[in-house]
Write a protein that binds this ligand. Structure first.
Ligand code: F6R
Length: 608
């Protein structure tokens, strides 16, 4: 939700900022802007509604030469999408510029106060108040002025501030919204995430909430909001700049779908052994896990659907009640939470505000918290007692794919590991799981190969009025995720339903224009699924079935079949979703949609 980038150093700042904005664009893309202090000491600002390409065009490809600057790509919260509301925002003197991600909740009161004090606020945004607060506080030292202004803010922020009179310096701060510092040879960076700066440096500082970072070329000083110096570790980003490139694919989403076999392999690396599964990250909390009597999973969107698989497995394998919760609803009616409750927060970005807020509540009530995330150094890792990483590599497309399958896989491994620790599963069951897990990456490759026909299929279904996705048991989360993918990137309406619910209402939607997509892989509920499929066929709906290779009868009931390899039921969600991802992708392409950056969305949702 908004991308921030900042640079100070000997290179040309403009191209670095524009490159960073292009890489961060998936975080928000309704407007973009940059500010530079030129080598001649002048402040240059250009900002435009629209994508980064619009900004680049406006600059004529040649921003002025400068060694310091900041940039922003926006996902609007306060103030409509316009050139004026695009960031950076400036103070009355025009010497101070600010970019911001988050929400200043008390901005109305601050605007009134600033206006009464003679300030002229030009935009409708909450951000602009920050520039004017810094202006009021500025007495020759930007970091002091920013710290002083931060004392006035309520809400959440990652922000970076630049002053024309201190042309080698940027000051950034974070509270509940991500911001990292990149430390290069004689140069320094700010960025919302590592993808913007990994091409220049792999050395980063993950700022913590309340940190204020003061960067100059090659140096970074971190303090708290009162100026107290803090020590922060310099981490190394474990992936290369190429990992965040398209690598010859037309879209990031297609690339990331094809990366799934590798991502699954990487997620299992060092964790799946002959005798069972072991996640060393939870070793420090194993004593507490011995007493768990309930499991609550917390997540949003795709991560929530992955959590549905996790909940089934925690319940089946640990023999304790387990539930997946939509994070944004969790705080309104929280379940009983105590020291024996295990809370698993599942979030690709590790920055989703709803998930973090819900997790915080659980932690306050004494629960044990494990984070399952793809993002090292993210906010959720600080909220949790232990963090288990997906190890999936960077995911750039807004629609999650490889992080869904690795979330499911990681939850399978987590449930298996804890169940094994508690002696709730037999050795034979563990061994069977290990064999199935080891086969999974190759089976995912096969599923991609078998899904080759989805491109042609999509051309026949691209004009459908909508879709109904159904599944039961482990097929249900795959159906929900398949429906979400179609909605997100093709803008077609799609319902995801538990197949048994079809007859309780939604079946009335089915007709020749609304196809039924059924996850009908081999399972204990297969026969029941076939009945649902026939119900659809009887209503003239075209039926797409995701079925297990070798199923001899499914073709009589389906218009089209997407085949996937056979696996254990708890792993079937991972394989079943692959043709659904590809189907959604090709439908969106056939409809001419912006696959990687669908309208109204942003990848990292850092507001509640
Ligand atoms: C869908 C999608 C979203 C995210 C959701 C949670 O393709 O990506 O539904 O799953 O916004 O995001 P994280 O996992 O970062 O908490």
């Amino acid at each position: 939700m908004c991308g921030i980038v900042g640079y100070t150093g000997p290179r040309e700042a403009g191209p670095i900022l524009l490159d960073g904005l292009r890489r961060l664009e998936y975080r928000g893309y309704d407007s973009a802007g940059i500010a530079l202090v030129t080598h001649a000491g002048e402040l240059f600002v250009e900002k435009r509604a629209g994508k980064v390409a619009v900004l680049t065009d406006a600059l004529g490809g040649e921003p002025p030469t400068a060694g310091v600057g900041l940039g922003h790509t926006r996902w609007a919260t306060h103030g409509r999408v316009s050139d004026l509301n695009a960031h950076p925002h400036s103070d009355c003197t025009g010497r101070i510029t600010v970019v911001h991600n988050g929400i200043v909740e008390n901005f109305r009161a601050l605007r009134d106060e600033l206006a009464a004090g003679g300030h002229v606020l030009a935009s409708e945004t909450d951000t602009e108040v920050v520039a004017h607060l810094v202006e009021d506080a500025y007495k020759g030292d930007l970091a002091d002025a920013v710290r002083s202004a931060l004392h006035r803010l309520e809400g959440a922020y990652a922000l970076v501030v630049m002053h024309q009179d201190e042309p080698d310096r940027l000051v950034g701060a974070r509270l509940n919204v991500p911001l990292i510092v990149g430390v290069g040879e004689g140069e320094s960076f700010f960025a919302s995430d590592a993808s913007a700066l990994v091409a220049y440096t792999k050395k980063v500082i993950f700022l913590a909430d309340g940190d204020v970072a003061d960067i100059r070329p090659g140096t970074a000083v971190v303090t708290d909001i009162d100026g107290m110096r803090l020590e922060r570790l310099v981490d190394t980003i474990p992936w290369s700049a190429e990992a965040a490139e398209k690598g010859g694919y037309e879209h990031f989403m297609l690339k990331e779908i094809h990366e799934q076999p590798t991502a699954l392999r990487s997620a299992m690396a060092g964790r799946v052994r002959r005798g069972g599964v072991c996640l060393e990250e939870i070793d420090p909390i194993r004593d507490r896990l011995a007493n768990v009597n309930r499991v609550e999973l917390i997540a949003c969107g795709t991560a929530y659907y992955a959590s549905l698989v996790g909940a089934q497995l925690f319940q089946d394998w640990l023999g304790v009640p387990a539930r997946a919760n939509v994070a944004s609803e969790f705080r309104y009616s929280p379940p009983p939470l105590d020291a024996r409750t295990l809370v698993v927060a599942v979030t690709q970005s590790g920055e989703t505000a709803d998930t973090i807020a819900a997790t915080r509540l659980a932690r306050e009530r004494g629960s044990i918290v494990i984070a399952v995330t793809n993002t090292v150094g993210s906010a959720i890792t600080r909220e949790a007692h232990a963090a288990v990483f997906l190890q999936a590599g960077p995911e750039v497309a807004v629609a999650a794919t490889k992080t869904f399958v690795t979330q499911v896989l990681t939850l399978v491994m987590l449930a298996a590991d804890i169940a094994q620790q508690l002696g709730r599963r037999t050795k034979a069951e563990e061994e069977e799981l290990v064999v199935a897990l080891k086969a999974l990456p190759e089976q995912a490759e096969r599923a991609i190969e078998l899904a080759g026909a989805t491109e042609e299929m999509a051309s026949r279904y691209a004009e459908a009025a909508g879709f109904m996705y159904i599944g039961r048991a482990f097929g249900y989360p795959a159906a929900l995720e398949g429906a979400l993918k179609i909605k997100e990137i093709s803008y077609l309406h799609a319902e995801g339903y538990a197949a048994g619910e079809l007859k309780h209402g939604p079946i009335s939607l089915l007709d020749a224009d609304v196809p039924l997509v059924a996850v009908a892989t081999r399972s204990a509920v297969y026969e029941k699924l076939i009945s649902n499929l026939m119900e659809g066929k009887a209503r003239d709906a075209r039926v797409i079935a995701v079925a297990t290779e070798g199923d001899k009868q499914i073709e009589q009931f389906a218009t089209d079949v997407c085949w996937v390899p056979d696996t254990l039921e708890p792993l079937s969600t991972i394989l079943a979703v692959i043709p659904l991802q590809l189907f959604a992708y090709y439908v969106a392409v056939a409809r001419g949609r912006d696959v990687d950056q669908p309208r109204n969305l942003a990848k990292s949702v850092t507001v509640e």
